[in-house]
Design a protein around this ligand. Structure first.
Ligand code: ACO
Length: 274
């Protein structure tokens, strides 16, 4: 049955106990990313980013799919029919929200509940952490319909996988399940589908207990230093900590005090009481 979905309804979200659960919401199209969805996702990310009641953002999918990649009809065929300007606009709308997510102000978790293809690797990599159902399916299916894995997908594969696995994955167009994705490093962990939300909630809850300024500084540092020489990284990390001190000068002093003076916690075993 054809579903007449408004742009606003291509993405859904709820906020529960500090966690924003954001969903690709085109289950009837296996959550493939159309220009409408890409525009709406940017609006939703924008709306949630600096809210005090959101400490962690989880990106998941409604139905059987996380995201079946780009919408071959609306993102490719229909925009190509409208010429270069439309193509570039559609690309910047998609890449725009993936970039926004990559540097998001809050920690982000991909909760991969089902299919994850091609263009879906962009937001998958944008999320800081990724958990999947053991039976989720991941694929660079571009080769199966005659293109290379663009839109960052090749970069994601080479960032996260060994060269041999990236090459096999990109050339063969075969899917891997959640367990293999975890073994290859594409995601952090695969768990049985029925435990996925509990496991993600558990991880998000731990993150909610940490210093938010330190979380943002840390997630950015991990992504930035990957592309730096050792000396540049050392220097960047000094500056980044000093910048974090500007926004939260007392947090680290409190963390030291509770350990050294009050003896109420051990940093090796958990976070200080904020
Ligand atoms: N683009 C456009 N429409 C899509 C896409 C997509 N990426 N994925 C699914 N759909 C549509 C189907 O055309 C179908 O529409 P219809 O009901 O109007 O006929 C509907 O979603 C349901 O899809 P089915 O194929 O019937 O669902 P099924 O559960 O049997 O299969 C699967 C799911 C395996 C995900 C399949 O839909 C598929 O192969 N999709 C394409 C995956 C893909 O290769 N994506 C592109 C990656 S490359 C890139 O992103 C650049």
């Amino acid at each position: 049955m054809a579903v007449d979905r408004t742009e606003e309804n291509t993405v859904a979200y709820t906020i529960e106990g500090g966690i924003a659960w954001v969903k690709f919401n085109r289950p009837e199209k296996r959550n493939c990313m159309s220009p409408k969805l890409n525009r709406q996702m940017m609006r939703v990310l924008d709306h949630l980013e600096y809210r005090d009641d959101v400490g962690v953002l989880v990106l998941t999918g409604e139905g059987t799919s996380w995201s079946a990649g780009m919408d071959l009809k609306e993102y490719f065929r229909e925009t190509e029919a409208r010429g270069l300007g439309a193509i570039r606009q559609a690309q910047s709308e998609a890449y725009g929200w993936w970039r926004r997510l990559r540097w998001y102000h809050k920690p982000t978790i991909a909760m991969v509940n089902g299919w994850c293809f091609g263009g879906g690797y962009g937001p998958l990599h944008s999320c800081d952490l990724a958990f999947a159902a053991e039976d989720a399916q991941f694929g660079l299916s571009e080769i199966n319909w005659g293109i290379l894995p663009g839109g960052g997908a090749t970069k994601v594969a080479t960032n996260l996988l060994s060269m041999r696995n990236a090459m096999y994955h990109a050339l063969m167009g075969e899917n891997i399940d959640g367990k293999t994705a975890a073994k290859w490093g594409l995601i952090n962990e695969a768990v049985p589908a029925e435990s996925l939300k509990d496991r993600v909630t558990e991880v998000a809850t731990v993150l909610l207990g940490k210093n938010p300024v330190a979380l943002k500084a840390t997630k950015d540092a991990v992504r930035r230093v990957m592309e730096m020489t050792y000396d540049n990284a050392e220097d960047y990390l000094i500056r980044a900590q000093e910048a974090a001190n500007f926004f939260d000068g007392e947090g680290r002093k409190e963390g030291i005090k509770q350990f050294i003076d009050d003896k109420t916690y051990k940093p090796g075993l958990g976070a200080y009481d904020r």
